[in-house]
Design a protein around this ligand. Sequence first.
Ligand code: DCB
Length: 552
Amino acid sequence: MRKLLCVLLAAVCLALTALPARASFSDVAPGDWYEEAVTELTRAGALKGYPDGTFRPNAKISAAEFVAVAVRLAGLPEGQGQAPHWAANQLQGALQAGWYDWDEIPPTGETFDAPISRQLAVKILMKALLPQARGDYNTESAKIKDFPALDGRYYEAVLAAYASGVVHGDPDGSFRPRGTLSRAEACTLFQNAARAQSGQPSVPSPEPSPAPTVPGAVQTRQGGASQNGWLQVKGTQLCNAAGEPVSLRGMSSHGLQWYSQFTSSGAIAATAEYGANLFRVAMYTGEGGYLSRPAEMKARAVAAVDAAIANDLYVILDWHILSDGSPMAHADEAAAFFAEMAQRYRDTPNVLYEICNEPNGNVSWPGDVKPYAQRMIQTIRAASPKAVILIGSPTWSQDIHLAAADPLDGENLMYTLHFYAGTHGAELRSRIDGALAQGLPIFVSEWGTSRADGSGGVFLEQAGVWLDFLERRGISWCGWSLCDKNETSAALRPGASPDGPWGWEELSESGRFMFSRFRGGGGQQAVPGPERPSGRKIFEIALNFSKSLPNK
Ligand code: DCB
């Protein structure tokens, strides 16, 4: 009997310790002012962290994210949204429920991913979770230093929010109605609303710490060709037509001879919808590619480039040498191809030319790659004087140090560095810093979360280190690869539709990781996870969980 009791007790202890004590995000530490709120909301499934293990508490919460959380917590039925967006149905449901008006978040979607204003967030929150709450005008408005800055349509909600202790305002007494809200602040708002519902006192939110900025980190612009125009290289930095640093991030196709179906306009639009502003058209030369079927492969490449342009993306036209080792092996074919393409796209700012994917084998910089590049630069420049040209280097485009020591002459030239997170690490990264210090502009036109053979892993932790590194340096990147091949580097699960759009469940582990980083590590869009409990259930969990917390 005694023994049985011990066994039972041990089982209970085990079960208890197996419960996560708190959300384990690499950027949410015990004692952070938002730790409890983030834990509560994420444990309840109301919102999620990112595949790289971060929560990004200081990132601005978007309209779509905020509404999605409110819909889940309130258990509101979703509507039928028209915009192809992960939260379109939730937004439509909230709109139909009268939580906001159509002009505040237009259903066409152009502001879904923009940061939500504090006054609109509070209105939606109050309508969703505390629709009965009211606040006395004189009492509550006196608490808000910048009350006159508030738009009239938000008076009622903001006064009610103050009266019920959901909002406390900044320590200086201001509410900043048109300011933005961080993800951490949003969590405290929702937490407070849940507490107000259950009659518990709320937790005043202290001054949020500003987003950590890495000293010297490059601030870059995103957006497509219509916003940024002709690109230019200034020093080592890729810039837009106005001379502002710009980041291009997106996906590479797999070989056009095998997977051109994933270069359709629908596929490219679906990728852009997740935030990409770049697409790479990988036209293999060998392995059944251009050299064996030139007319057919050229037609596929042109169709893919045109689809990317139609979707306002920048697009890399990649002469994908691989088994043919030296670019010199087929330099005549390359020159003819690039002459025709540079002429064809001479007036469109979207196109970048990658003249040799990955030289490898018995090939040298001064003897093969550099003279080849000189010839291609001359060829392309004859028709397109300012397009950005991307240049590879020996050892599968890893030997940028050779190029840095002996670079080419000319404007708007960048050098490609390719890496695979399961194979390459700190050593190759330090090569980038060395090359940058020597003034070499770097572009990561291909990388994978897998090993260098395209399989194995995935190595998301290492990939995260790589992307943070690139981001701080303002380096653009393109992920390998947009196809549904049964290999870990493929971004889509086998059987994914070649026309998109793709839900989260159609993306592979690698795809989810890459797609969630298109907008940068400080990401503005948390992509929803594959499965969630229903909204009503979530609210119950959240409420029970908050009831179990000690009153403060
Ligand atoms: C590059 C190539 C790219 C290749 C990926 C992954 O090659 F640019 O074409 O893609 O990296 O290896 C793979 C596909 C496979 C396909 C295979 C052959 O994912 O589905 O079967 O190409 O077409 C690299 C990059 C780095 C290194 C080696 C290779 N490296 N490589 O560092 O050793 O051997 O292809």
